[in-house]
Design a protein around this ligand. Structure first.
Ligand code: ADP
Length: 230
C-alpha cells in the first residue's frame, strides 16, 4: 500500500544551513497493517508522515501510495490523495464552536456527502468511539480523551484507507491513552491501515504490532512484533 524507495530529505534554510531529516529510507507497509513509528524528537518521524500527505517532497527517492508516485501528482490530484488518508494529531484540532456531531458532519460536508449520508453515518461513528451520549457536547464540555475520540471519529468518517495518528496520546493520562489505543485497534480490525507515532513505551509494548524505530533520519530497527527499545 505504501512504499518509500531510497527516500532522503534535506531541509535548506535560506540556502545556507542544511538539515538532513531523512537518509535513504526504504520501507513498505501492507494494507491492513498497524505500524508504530518511534524515535526521539528530531528523528524524522513527522517528515516521513508529511511525505505521505504530499506536504513535503523527497530530495531524492520516491514515495508511492497504492502504486501512485505521490510526488508526481498534480496540485489538482493531491486533494484526492488526502481524502484517502485520515489524520489525528496530539492537539485534537476540533472546531471549538461546533458540537461533537457537527465537527464530524463538517468533514462529510467538505467531502460532498449528502445530508442523508451524514445523518446515517455520524451517529454510527460516535458509537464506534463509544461517545453516543456526547453527541451535542461542545469540545470544551469533553475531556481530553473524549475530544481525541471525536477527532478519530472525524478522521475515519469518510472511510480512508489509511489513518495517520501522530502522537495521539501525547496529551492524555494513562487511562485515556488506553481508550484511544483500543479505538485505534478496533478501527484497524475493521480494515483500516494505521500509522502511529508515539513516545509511549507502554502503548508499544501492549500493542504487540510492528514497530519501526528511527534515529537521526534513519530506520535503525523494524520489528514485526516489536517492543520499545530506545
Ligand atoms: P520528529 O517528528 O521525529 O521529531 P522531524 O521530522 O520533525 O522529526 O524532524 C527531523 C529533522 O528535520 C529535525 O532535525 C528537524 O529540526 C528538521 N526539520 C523538520 N522540519 C523542518 C523544516 N521545515 N525546515 C528545516 N528543518 C526541519
Amino acid at each position: 500500500m505504501i512504499r518509500f524507495d531510497n527516500v532522503s530529505k534535506e531541509y535548506r534554510d535560506n540556502g545556507n544551513s542544511i538539515t538532513n531529516a531523512l537518509y535513504d529510507i526504504t520501507l513498505g507497509v501492507e494494507q491492513g497493517e498497524f505500524v508504530s513509528i518511534v524515535g526521539h524528537s528530531g528523528a524524522g518521524k513527522t517528515t516521513l508522515l508529511k511525505m505521505l500527505l504530499a506536504e513535503e517532497s523527497p530530495s531524492t527517492g520516491a514515495v508511492f501510495f497504492e502504486e501512485v508516485d505521490i510526488h508526481g501528482l498534480s496540485n489538482k490530484e493531491i486533494p484526492q490523495l488526502r481524502r484517502r488518508i485520515g489524520t489525528v494529531f496530539q492537539d485534537f484540532k476540533l472546531l471549538p464552536n461546533k458540537t461533537a456531531y457537527e465537527n464530524i458532519a463538517f468533514a462529510m460536508e467538505a467531502a460532498g456527502r449528502s445530508d442523508e449520508e451524514i445523518a446515517a453515518d455520524v451517529p454510527q461513528a460516535l458509537e464506534l468511539v463509544d461517545l453516543g451520549d456526547k453527541v451535542w457536547n461542545f469540545p470544551h464540555q469533553l475531556s481530553g480523551g473524549e475530544r481525541q475520540r471525536i477527532a478519530i471519529a472525524r478522521a475515519i468518517i469518510n472511510q480512508p484507507d489509511l489513518l495517520i495518528a501522530d502522537e495521539p496520546t501525547g496529551n492524555l493520562d494513562p487511562l485515556n491513552t488506553q481508550d484511544i489505543i483500543d479505538v485505534l485497534r478496533k478501527i484497524n480490525e475493521l480494515g483500516t491501515t494505521i500509522l502511529l507515532t508515539t513516545h509511549n513505551k507502554g502503548v508499544i509494548d501492549d500493542l504487540g504490532k510492528r514497530v519501526i524505530t528511527m534515529e537521526g533520519g534513519r530506520i535503525i530497527r523494524d520489528d514485526k512484533h516489536g517492543r520499545y527499545v530506545l
